[in-house]
Design a protein. Structure first.
Length: 217
């Protein structure tokens, strides 16, 4: 998330960190993933061969990393009628394009980390249960990046203090998007919308809940 200024302020740091590793503010039970990538399920239509010549299209993953919050907030919203028809079309198309682009990248199995604010959504996450985020789920190969995000998001450097969550993810199908992201320093591994995870462990230590997730599909 064009090049960003390296502000030393808390707000500047938060803007840098919170784009790809956005908060998990809404949770809902898992449902089978819609793997259809046709225009009806989101995604751009093939260009008209007789239409005007277009320049190179911006990589959807770069567009996503520029402002992931808006798209993920939309995907987590249960009543999408709150959005205009134009916005729904735009977000559905971008979500489809991001999913297609992820499919084109090699899988990056292994352990990654995610830091986020806590909230009521955590009450629904049970050990040995199933966890699924209807949005794209960001994580980092660098645990310190996730810990810094959690610290900023939970008010460690100012503002209202909140409980946080640290997530360890044993992934199978995440994609390393460092080469496409506008925030490459975050070493992001991105999981597709609706990915399914088993909750291997959950415990709380102080103001932080720790989750251990294992990807199922």
């Amino acid at each position: 998330m064009p090049p960003r200024s390296r502000s030393s302020s808390t707000d500047g740091a938060a803007k840098i960190l919170t784009k790809p590793l956005d908060d998990l503010n809404v949770w809902r039970p898992a449902s089978p993933k819609d793997r259809s990538r046709g225009p009806e399920a989101g995604g751009s239509k093939d260009p008209d061969p007789d239409g005007p010549v277009q320049g190179p299209k911006k990589d959807p993953l770069t567009t996503y990393s520029d402002d992931s919050d808006a798209l993920n907030r939309y995907l987590r919203t249960l009543n999408k009628k709150d959005y205009s028809e134009e916005d729904r079309k735009r977000f559905n198309e971008l979500a489809g394009d991001v999913s297609k682009r992820l499919d084109e990248l090699p899988k990056r199995p292994g352990t990654t980390y995610r830091g986020a604010p806590g909230g009521e959504w955590l009450d629904k996450v049970k050990k040995d249960g199933i966890y699924s985020d209807p949005a794209f789920m960001s994580s980092s190969t660098d645990r310190r990046t996730a810990e810094r995000f959690k610290a900023i998001a939970t008010g460690a450097f100012g503002g209202e203090r909140k409980d946080g969550v640290m997530i360890t993810v044993d992934g199978r199908n995440g994609r390393d998007i460092m080469g496409q992201s506008s925030a490459a320093h975050q070493r992001e591994v991105l999981f597709d919308q609706g990915s399914l995870f088993k909750v291997k462990d959950k415990y709380k230590d102080g103001d932080t809940t720790f989750l251990h997730l294992e990807e199922l599909t």
